[in-house]
Design a protein around this ligand. Sequence first.
Ligand SMILES: [Zn+2]
Length: 105
Amino acid sequence: MRRKDKKVWIKDMAAQRIVRLFHLANESFDEDPGLSKRYVFLARRIGMRHRVRIPPHLKRRICKGCGAYLVPGASCRVRVRGGRVITTCLECGHHKRIPYHKAGR
Ligand SMILES: [Zn+2]
């Protein structure tokens, strides 16, 4: 295996582990939100260590303020206002604003 191939392989593994950890966070949330927070923490740490980006659809499920796993209706509140989706963490009150493009512009 060439050096570059190995690097790519390691990053690929890291990305897979991140996705896997989010699955676990999702599964454990009902029973133990603290545990899913731990999984999210691990996923972020893997991402940082390997410099792998967390996929955008998963990234918006992490609270930047306290690192909680955000589940709409359970651990966060989601509102649409002024062309933005505002996600409020119910644990620490941190707001996340994500602009979106209206359908058909
Ligand atoms: Zn929070």
